[in-house]
Design a protein around this ligand. Structure first.
Ligand code: SF4
Length: 224
């Protein structure tokens, strides 16, 4: 049957139901509307959106998301269901009030995260794994106001490297050079930072992808 034939059959069927739209006209559906209905029903029924995207032959999730009608009732019901499932899965112990000692410990954690060069970004309840060598540490959020102190540290480290080289302490010099490089990386991060004193994240650099993954497959080129 041709697409036009399917459309005519749909029109006749809808007319026979007697269902009208708000303007009093018979409802009209295109065959394409059934893809939207399928996607909405499937995803609100629990099918993960990335699986629905594969079934529909969409290349990106954005296309699938544009298909989905999200109704307010569904939104509230789905979110409440999600919370109930999470609560059922987690130990009941987690839903009690914290003791005074636990609360004190939690608040102190944020006090203890203040270090001389900024704020330590390690997660709550975890110890420092880097022996407080903050200058080299990737989780240090440097305070822009500490720039002069950072410059002083670099100068001091360079003097110590000269001294180490002069005395033939080559091992020590290498370790100091690592600290200088880390401090210089933090300084260059500060140069790009706003001057309002907000702590900044250390520059970690961009990952490099070497594996070339094809951008599309015959399946992903199916009609949307
Ligand atoms: S070395 Fe890193 S983890 Fe340890 S206190 Fe300094 S910033 Fe925090």
């Amino acid at each position: 049957m041709s697409e036009a034939g399917i459309k005519r059959a749909l029109d006749r069927t809808l007319e026979a139901t007697g269902i009208r739209d708000q303007a009093g006209e018979p409802l009209r559906y295109t065959p394409h509307d059934f893809r939207r209905m399928f996607a909405t029903e499937a995803v609100t029924g629990g099918l993960p959106v990335h699986i629905a995207a594969r079934i529909l032959g969409h290349k990106t999730l954005t296309t699938t998301q544009a298909y989905l009608a999200v109704f307010q009732d569904d939104l509230v019901r789905t979110y409440r269901g999600f919370l109930d499932r999470r609560r059922a899965e987690r130990p009941q112990e987690e839903y009690r009030e914290p003791t005074a000692a636990e609360w004190r410990d939690f608040q102190q954690h944020f006090e203890l995260r203040k270090v001389s060069l900024g704020t330590c970004g390690r997660p709550y309840g975890t110890p420092c794994k880097h022996e407080h060598a903050c200058i080299r540490c990737p989780v240090l959020q440097i305070d822009t106001r500490q720039r002069p102190r950072l410059i002083e540290i670099v100068q001091n480290l360079r003097e110590r490297i000269r001294e180490a080289r002069g005395n033939g302490w080559l091992g020590g010099g290498e370790g100091l050079q690592v600290s200088v490089d880390a401090a210089m990386a933090k300084l260059s991060t500060l140069q790009r930072a706003p001057a309002d004193g907000r702590p900044q994240l250390a520059e970690l650099g961009m990952p490099i992808f070497t594996d070339s993954t094809p951008l599309s497959t015959p399946e992903s080129r199916a009609p949307e």
